[in-house]
Write a protein that binds this ligand. Structure first.
Ligand code: GLY
Length: 563
């Protein structure tokens, strides 16, 4: 196993990058007081330095977020959005929604042709795919409520990183080279992302540095108004998009009440709508609560079967019921009620798969490249922050705002363009997730915090589109049922089922042939594509002695830094 554990002599930060071998039982970085785990070492270091200076988890969140927008352009962003779940050291919890919104002039059929068919790529590539970004508003909302250090100290490291550049990794070089043709096709000028990238190439982003300086100097208005807004709106209009100055000015992030529920001895807090993660996680964990999971072998036929059947039923409900809570009435309490869940699992049988064609949404009583990125932070005061943020697919719409250097999301594809027609993740939707002006598109993001006996136990989340929910689920079970360490848990092979398509996706090489044969005999269709990755989980576990163990996903370049 090749692993890197360095004492960062200057600042006394411990650093651990991911390992390239995900099968060994690794122990993650252990830190005594505080930790940041994110998709890039530069961002984890910047966040941890802020903590070391006396900043809190929220200060570190802001610094890490802007650093990822520079060092991890595939998903880190200021042109996208996301969600944060937090737990303060006094046990108070909350959630922030900085999800993108549909533009004011958006309409239900905007991705359909005259015959009512979905126009290929219109919701995924180019200016039409862009939702009104929420990340910068989110950062300021967090800062106003919880920030402690001067804002300019939080954003300056990202500005310096953009201006001075950073060395890209092998994985980043491959990813950027793969996306080059799309950047070229979408933009009217040669963006700086179109180059012959090699591991170690320096990526400098001067225009992005200047945009970040405007945010530093003018606050939220440095993004949603003034020069940045002008460059944004003009370029989007030039490419045929519909986002206006009014869209940008009207954007607000929203504090929401997270979904909180019990799973055996654990209290789980996760994101609510417009993120589906918390509701689906509650449904799936409640569906399997009657079973003695720890007695079922990890990743065995029975384990995969049970989680698959619970997920199948939950994703069917997701497709029918879930959408932006500010626009549609979603029966959250009914959907997560134990009686309802038990009744949904009534027809589960160990003897054969339940075909998705026989599973629809339930009847509830009352009404109420898959690239995203996640970072987890625990500070030296005991506050915890779990943030998942995205441009949607890798590099979002591929639109790079001319003169401003940032990439715009393609989050509009997370709406249901037409009922029953799958989006880029194969997810289908219904009227609940139809496009409407200023509505937020349904997300699978699942930033989550786990407590045990009233104490902080784990902070976790992941990218991965529709597979986010099942990746978070499996990591919770790894800790709660199988007593794994954090890195050991993150390293485990993962599988995924989402109702439609009716297949179990499995990470190649992670499951033995006997299990696969048994699953097939029970009627399951398996899908094991070469190099298929399910989630990139970045998590922190509080160990019984109070120290912290990081789990940085080896599927990416992820890294834990702490002290
Ligand atoms: N864009 C992926 C998600 O929000 O689920």
């Amino acid at each position: 196993m090749k692993q890197l554990i360095l004492l960062f002599a200057f600042s006394f930060l411990f650093i651990k990058c991911n390992s390239s071998n995900i099968k060994e039982k690794n122990i993650g970085l252990i830190a005594q007081k505080a930790m940041v785990v994110s998709a890039k070492i530069e961002a984890s270091q910047i966040g941890a330095e802020i903590l070391k200076k006396g900043g809190n988890a929220y200060d570190a969140m802001i610094a890490t977020h802007f650093a990822l927008a520079v060092a991890y352009p595939v998903a880190g962003n200021i042109g996208g959005g996301g969600f944060m779940v937090y737990r303060n050291n006094d046990g108070t919890k909350g959630a922030l929604d900085f999800r993108e919104k549909a533009p004011i002039t958006a309409h239900k059929d905007m991705y359909l042709d005259g015959a009512g068919n979905v126009i290929k790529n219109k919701s995924t590539v180019g200016a039409h795919a862009v939702g009104v970004p929420g990340s910068v508003a989110g950062a300021f909302e967090v800062y106003e409520k919880f920030g402690s250090l001067p804002f300019k100290e939080l954003i300056q490291p990202a500005i310096d990183l953009a201006r001075n550049g950073f060395k890209i990794t092998k994985k980043q070089a491959a990813s950027l080279n793969k996306a080059a043709a799309k950047f070229k096709k979408v933009n009217t000028y040669k963006t700086l992302f179109e180059a012959e990238w090699k591991e170690g190439s320096l990526l400098k982003q001067e225009e992005l540095a200047q945009t970040l300086e405007r945010i530093r100097d003018f606050g939220s208005a440095g993004f949603y108004e003034g020069k940045t807004a002008e460059l944004f709106v003009n370029y989007v209009a030039q490419l045929g998009g519909i986002i206006s100055r009014e869209d940008l000015q009207k954007y607000t992030a929203i504090w929401r009440k997270p979904i909180t529920f019990k799973y055996k001895d654990y209290q789980i807090t996760s994101m609510t709508l417009p993120a589906s993660g918390g509701i689906c996680l509650a449904q799936i964990l409640k569906s399997i609560t009657p079973y003695n999971i720890s007695e079922i072998k990890h990743n065995s036929t029975k384990y995969i079967q049970l989680l698959t059947e619970a997920s199948r039923r939950s994703y069917a409900d997701r497709a029918h019921f879930l959408g932006d809570i500010d626009f549609v009435n979603v029966p959250i309490d009914s959907l997560t009620a134990t009686d309802y869940i038990n009744q949904r699992m009534d027809n589960f049988s160990w003897d054969k798969a339940t075909p998705s064609s026989e599973v629809s949404h339930g009847k509830v009583l009352g009404y109420e490249s898959d690239e995203t990125t996640h970072y987890s932070i625990i500070d030296q005061f005991g506050n915890a922050v779990s943030v998942t943020t995205t441009l949607n697919t890798g590099y979002g719409s591929k639109v790079v705002v001319k003169g401003a250097g940032f990439i715009l999301n393609n989050e509009m594809d997370d709406f249901s363009s037409k009922p029953g027609v799958p989006n880029v993740y194969g997810l289908v939707g219904s009227k609940a997730n139809a496009i409407a002006p200023e509505k937020r598109m349904l997300s699978s993001m699942t930033p989550t915090i786990v407590e045990k006996n009233g104490k902080l136990k784990m902070v976790l989340g992941t990218p991965g589109g529709s597979t986010i929910i099942t990746s978070v689920l499996q990591n919770i079970l790894n800790i709660a049922e199988y007593d794994m360490g954090m890195q050991e848990s993150v390293d485990q092979p993962r599988f995924h089922h989402q109702w439609l398509p009716d297949v179990i996706r499995m990470e190649p090489g992670g499951f033995n042939s006997e299990t696969k044969t048994e699953l097939k005999a029970l009627g399951y269709t398996l899908y094991e594509k070469k190099a298929l990755v399910i989630g990139k989980v970045d998590a922190i576990l509080v160990l019984p002695n109070g120290s912290l163990e990081g789990g940085a996903d080896a599927r990416g370049d992820d890294a834990a830094v702490g002290f």
